[in-house]
Design a binder for this molecule. Structure first.
Ligand SMILES: [Zn+2]
Length: 169
């Protein structure tokens, strides 16, 4: 399975609001499987379609990082239906190399989505899985960890990332 390129901040694709998938097709499934391979290769616990330049509401999550196939979730058009509790969580992002910041997340979420067969699924998640789901669903609305920081911190991290991106190009 081919590994896709993961876009890094400040790639414009990371800031777009993604479009719903109107019909789950073999093409959707192919993209999802390529995203899984890319995420495992990185390695990471979650990946959203805009991170590989695809403007659609599709995320892949695997908090076991390839150890347990039962923990792989392909979610199409995921939506947080309800949430409870709060936690301060340290998060990183494959699109923000070197960034690790403490942000506020809900402790538990119920997510409604479609699977790759186009069937509706409901996922009740707590802690790590819940945090990853919130992180990936944020990506579908063009939202990054940065946007959860206060302005001073955000500007500092943005400056660092832009400098890094310039040095790499
Ligand atoms: Zn991310």
């Amino acid at each position: 399975m081919a590994v896709l390129e993961i876009l890094k901040y400040p790639a414009p694709a990371l800031r777009r609001k993604c479009l719903p998938v109107e019909r789950v097709t073999e093409q959707t499934a192919e993209l999802a499987r390529a995203m899984l391979a890319t995420m495992h290769d990185a390695p990471g616990v979650g990946l959203a379609a805009p991170q590989v330049g695809e403007n659609v509401r599709l995320i892949v999550v695997d908090v076991s990082v390839g150890k347990d196939p039962k923990q792989v979730h392909f979610l199409v058009n995921p939506e947080i239906e309800s949430a409870s509790g709060e936690r301060i969580v340290e998060e990183a992002c494959l699109s923000l190399p070197g960034v690790s910041e403490k942000i506020r997340r809900r402790e538990a979420v119920r997510v409604r989505a479609l699977n790759l067969d186009g069937e509706e699924v409901v996922l009740d998640a707590r802690e790590v899985l819940a945090f990853v789901l919130q992180h990936e669903i944020d990506h579908l609305d063009g939202k990054l960890i940065l946007d959860h920081l206060n302005k001073t911190k955000r500007d500092l991290v943005k400056r660092r990332l832009k400098k890094q991106a310039r040095a790499a190009s």
